[in-house]
Design a protein around this ligand. Structure first.
Ligand code: TXA
Ligand code: MG
Length: 329
C-alpha cells in the first residue's frame, strides 16, 4: 500500500473522512502526538489499528470527539467535578475515563466497562472530528513500543506501506501524550501523567490521586505496564545533577568506538560543551514538547543516548519522568 502524506486542509479532510467511514485507518495530528484513527463503532476498522501497530490486544484505545459532541451519547458522567474539568481543560490534553455506554465497540475498549474520551484542541483535528461527527479511536501513531510521533514524517517512518493516509498538521506542540484521568470515582485519579498536571486538577477538584504501578501489577490503565517509547539505539538514564556519571558513560562509549549523545535540559549546556548534545529546552513545557522529537532525532545518529532525570516530579515533570523512565531507564 502506498502511504500518502497530505497537508491537513478542507480537501484532505474530505479524503480522510471517506477512508474513515468506509472502515479504514488514517493518521491524524493532535496537540500532543500523532494518532492512528479509526471510527470507534466499526469493529473491523478498530482491529486494523491493533494490527498496524502490533499493539497488545488488551490495551484499550482513547475515543476522540469534537468539542460540541454530546459525551452523554458515549459515557455516564457520574460526578459533578467532571463538568468543572471539562470546562477548564477541554479541548486539550486531558483524557477522561468513564463508565461506557458501549456505543464505542468492545474491540476498542478491549471488552472493559470503561471508555477513555478526549477532546483534542488541535484546530485541524477538531475540523476532522467535526466533519466525521463520530468518535474516532486513536492510539499514538507509532509501532508498538517505539517512541510516539510528533511529526507526519515520524509517522511515515514507522507506518509507511501500512496505512493509506497521514494528515500533516505540523509538529505537535504538546509533545507528550494526554493526561489519563479516571473519573468513575468520587476522587479523580491520574492513570498516566501529562501536561494537565496533578496540581491543575487539584485546583479544580480539590483533590486528585495518582495510581502507582509496580512491574507486573494488574493496573487500571493497561498501557502503562508495557515497555514503551523506546528509541532504536541504546539508552541510559542518570539522576539529576550526576554530571560525573554522565561524563564517564559518555567517555566509555567513545572509547568503545560508539557515538554517545547527552539528552538534557539546556541548563547543562555549558557543563557539557563540546560534547554531542540533544538539548530539550529550559521549561518543563519546552522539555515535554521536544522530548520525542529529540529521541527520534537521536536514534538516527547516536549509538547511545544518555538522558538526565528531572530534578523533581512536580507539575509537568511527573509526565516527563514517566516517559524518560520508560524510554531511557
Ligand atoms: O495524547 C494522547 O492521549 C494520544 C493522542 C493520539 O490522543 N493518544 C495516546 O493513545 O496516547 P495510546 O493508545 O498511545 O495511549 C492510551 C492510554 C494507554 O495507556 C491506555 O492503556 C489508556 O490510555 N486507556 C485507554 N482506555 C482506557 C480505559 N478505558 N481505562 C484505562 N486506561 C485506558
Ligand atoms: Mg502510545
Amino acid at each position: 500500500m502506498e502511504t500518502q502524506i497530505k497537508k491537513l486542509g478542507e480537501k484532505n479532510i474530505s479524503a480522510a473522512k471517506e477512508i474513515l467511514i468506509r472502515g479504514g485507518v488514517v493518521a491524524i495530528p493532535t496537540e500532543t502526538v500523532y494518532g492512528l484513527g479509526a471510527v470507534g463503532t466499526i469493529p473491523l476498522a478498530v482491529k486494523e489499528i491493533f494490527k498496524v501497530k502490533g499493539r497488545p490486544s488488551d490495551n484499550p484505545l482513547i475515543a476522540h470527539v469534537h468539542k460540541d459532541y454530546d459525551l452523554n451519547k458515549l459515557v455516564y458522567i457520574e460526578h459533578d467535578y467532571v463538568y468543572r474539568l471539562l470546562e477548564r481543560f477541554t479541548p486539550g490534553p486531558l483524557t477522561l475515563v468513564f463508565n461506557s455506554k458501549r456505543v464505542v465497540c468492545d474491540e476498542a475498549t478491549c471488552g472493559g466497562q470503561t471508555l477513555a474520551v478526549r477532546i483534542p484542541s488541535h484546530e485541524g483535528c477538531q475540523q476532522l472530528l467535526k466533519a466525521v461527527d463520530m468518535p474516532i479511536v486513536a492510539p499514538s501513531a507509532n509501532l508498538s513500543k517505539h517512541t510516539s510521533p510528533v511529526t507526519a514524517q515520524h509517522v511515515y517512518n514507522d507506518l509507511n506501506g501500512k496505512i493509506p493516509l497521514i494528515l500533516d498538521g505540523g509538529k505537535c506542540v504538546g509533545g507528550i501524550e494526554s493526561t489519563v484521568l479516571d473519573v468513575t470515582e468520587r476522587t479523580p485519579r491520574i492513570l498516566r501523567a501529562g501536561l494537565i498536571t496533578k496540581e491543575m486538577i487539584e485546583s479544580v477538584c480539590g483533590s486528585c490521586d495518582v495510581a502507582l504501578h509496580k512491574e507486573g501489577d494488574k493496573v487500571k490503565s493497561p498501557g502503562v505496564k508495557y515497555k514503551h517509547y523506546r528509541p532504536k539505539c541504546e539508552t541510559m538514564l542518570f539522576e539529576s545533577g550526576d554530571i560525573d556519571g554522565v561524563i564517564n558513560a559518555y567517555n566509555e562509549e567513545l572509547n568503545k568506538g560508539g557515538v554517545p549523545f547527552i539528552m538534557c535540559d539546556s541548563v547543562y549546556e555549558k557543563e557539557f560543551s563540546g560534547k554531542n548534545l540533544l538539548l530539550l529546552g529550559n521549561t518543563p513545557e519546552q522539555i515535554a514538547s521536544n522530548l520525542y522529537d529529540k529521541l527520534l532525532d537521536g536514534e538516527k545518529k547516536a549509538s547511545l543516548i544518555i538522558a538526565i532525570a528531572m530534578p523533581d516530579e512536580k507539575g509537568v515533570n511527573m509526565g516527563i519522568m514517566n516517559r524518560l523512565r520508560k524510554s531511557c531507564g
